[in-house]
Write a protein of this length. Sequence first.
Length: 319
Amino acid sequence: MSTTPRSVRTTDYHTAGEPFRIVDEDLPPIPGDTVAERRALALRLGPLDELRRLLVREPRGHSGMYGGFIVPPDDDGAHFGVLFWHKDGYSTACGHGTMALGAWAVDTGRVPAPDDGYVPVRIDVPSGRVTATVHRAGGRTTGVTFRNVPTRVLARKVPVTTAFGTVEADIADSGAVYVTVPARDLGLDTTRAALPELVRAGREIRAALPEHDVYGVILYDDLPDTAEGPHQRNVTVFADGQIDRSPCGSGTSARLALLGEDGRLDGGATLTHESVADTVFTGRLLPGGVTEVTGATHRTGSHTFVLDAHDDLGTGFLL
């Protein structure tokens, strides 16, 4: 543990209930000319990955913790870059994190913003360049709209055998690959009581599709349409069985692409997307597979985490 900083400062946000821990200093050198190159090397960088484990594991974090290391952008067209991380490694995309980063950049003055109006924050992530447009009113941030890289539908009605029966899955790439399945097809619903079985189903579905490099599995319920368009509730199981507390930003992009192909977003309809924590994103599908997802994000704290040289737990543990 001699390579890990004795202390590291973070700023924490949540977006619709899902945490995001931001680190913009105290980072070891990260080689690479682009954010994508830096992500490819991150797991092999001992000091950096020790820092990730320190911040994501208990007692300083938990298995559902998410965060990002601020790195240089690919070029002058973006304000900064980010390496997204979770308990299992580094992801290619993170919509809720992008929204938190937009708010953080404005709230800290890194990107100047008016008291009232909108300001775009351009961020290079491993999957490309994305934009977090920060909404301002009365001198405070009131919401963020995440414009993602274009989403592609990869496959429809792929049969997947699980312990809950054989289901048909739809697959889309929205910067990360998501599989979506109606929860009812598994005999489940998207309630808190069903979370253990939803996680089990998500793990099984992901494991059954190794050729697609699946990042997340979205299990959803259709709810009655609103006046603006479709209304769904989902549980997104990502990485190795983690639960997204938010409706999932990049996962919402995947759902938008699939709903658009089904003709359910004609005429500029808006998706109302709920999470298991009862928080909401709204989403729109634009031409060319571009999606916009809007939600609320709030700062939860500023922290200095310390690694005591005599702490036998070191970077922590996971349960």
